[in-house]
Design a protein around this ligand. Sequence first.
Ligand code: HEM
Length: 204
Amino acid sequence: MSTPLLRRFSFLERITHWVVGVTFVVLLLSGLAFAYPSLFWLTTFLGGGAAARVLHPQIGALFGVGIVVMFVLWIRDMFLDARDREWLGAIRHYVAHDSEKVPPAGKYNAGQKLFFWVQSLLGIVFVASGLVLWFPEYFSAGLLNTARLLHYAATLGGGLFLIVHVYLGTVAYPGTARGMIDGKVTPAWARLHHPRWSGDRVDH
Ligand code: HEM
């Protein structure tokens, strides 16, 4: 007899998330290669320095489209409510894996919701400043400098958040990544991490 599972993410949600995830990592690595001469070898993966210069903004455009689709798909579930504020108040128990003391989360916990808003905001900063840097001939030197600064700051923030996000979704909470791979999670995982969420049952 097969154990019933719960549908966590649709095919469209997963494809969109992975387009965003993969493009973001490629952008991060190629961006670091442009910023630090000692990391220039990273451009090899995109066919060398000249190719990377051309590809970086084009991949950035794909990332931008992905972020917009992800935003539209998920915004409905991402507004914080009073229970999310309780969850934030008990975040130390979540960090300590003391799940009995963590107020029950819905489909997303407050940390995930905040991550969604932060990454969406950073997405706007990346794309807006990236467009300015892509077409420098249309902008003043002052605006170009501001765009460069914002692009770097967003990289730092987005990169650090990404490390935490990947750690939480893989190492820290086993069973989570599966929801983003084949779209399904076990009922035990859902009860432990998202007790107020009841996903649709699916077969194996
Ligand atoms: C590249 C490595 C990445 C991995 C391994 C990863 C993993 C995951 C996993 C497993 C989930 C599902 C969490 C759940 O079911 O509760 C998720 C959700 C999500 N991911 Fe990613 N992700 C990655 C990259 C990204 C990037 C680059 C972004 C945005 C710029 C992003 C944004 C999100 C958002 C907004 C959610 C929903 C809220 C949340 O779970 O935090 N992810 N990710």
